[in-house]
Design a protein around this ligand. Sequence first.
Ligand code: TRP
Length: 333
Amino acid sequence: MDGLYPEHQERTSSRGAATARARQTQESGFLEDVFAGLSAPRKSLPCKYFYDREGSALFDAICALDEYYPTRTETALLRSRAAEIAALAGRSAALIELGSGSSVKVRLLLDAFDRPALYIPVDISREHLMISAARLAGDYPAVTVVPVAADYVQGFALPAGVAAERAVVFFPGSTIGNFRPGEAIGFLRGLGTRLGRGVRLLVGVDLRKDKAVLEAAYDDARGITAAFNLNLLARINRELDGTFDLARFAHRALYNELRGRIEMHLVSLADQTVRVGGRAFRFHRGETIHTENSYKYSVGGFRRLAARAGWQAERSWTDPKGLFSLHWMVWPG
Ligand code: TRP
């Protein structure tokens, strides 16, 4: 369990030292990842670094945008299927949410479930996680809330005493679409293997649709998504002594129909040199930093992907317009 539950570890060790250590590991990882991404022939940055305090707030604003249909569609789908999902989950379930953010959608499940026992929100954005977890714990006094500040891609296990058959992993928001398909298979297989036989997974997956609808969802009229993408450069400036001039980069979101994915980039508007952590990086005008992919699936396509990862898809639901899907799966072990 070493390294899996940083919150527990911090509570049991000297607080100052543990916090300093946690901060250090996170920062050195960030610097290394930025160096690696900006040194590559085709520049990129890992999307997990979007979610600092500013990024988390901007992401909440994206979720409320008219153009960003996934949040409200998934929420409506959860609301209409909550009773059915609750019956599948059974009594005293332990809910584990990957990338819990503000913990809004999960309330629909907690409201519908039969005496849910435990809620484990896992999120990389520590401060945002702690605030959201405390708020949720206040609203659900009967549920034990155990926040875990971690990059869930690095792996984690169930807390001792939680049987796999009682556990339900909730992975909403089509975050699975932010992995490449091969990586998604590896991640889903690892999840089942680690959590064990009988664990259930409720995953939200965005569906393929008209290019114009997709591109508007990732490039809204008010420029919130642009600000969210550019905040990654602002964060590098803040935390890694970067010299990015945000006026000399632009947000771009394009749907690659062949690959079925939205690609987000930051485009350099000039030939320029940017310094980060004492190193210089050259950009040509028009050169881009690839910051994220968001893969879109068909219902059948996603079920096939999950099957290749070893999961048994038991139910799939979509909204009446066929914009978004939810899947209930079991790990047969
Ligand atoms: N999982 C979300 C998605 O792929 C993440 C997301 C939504 C996002 N909008 C974004 C990421 C804008 C970066 C920029 O839809």
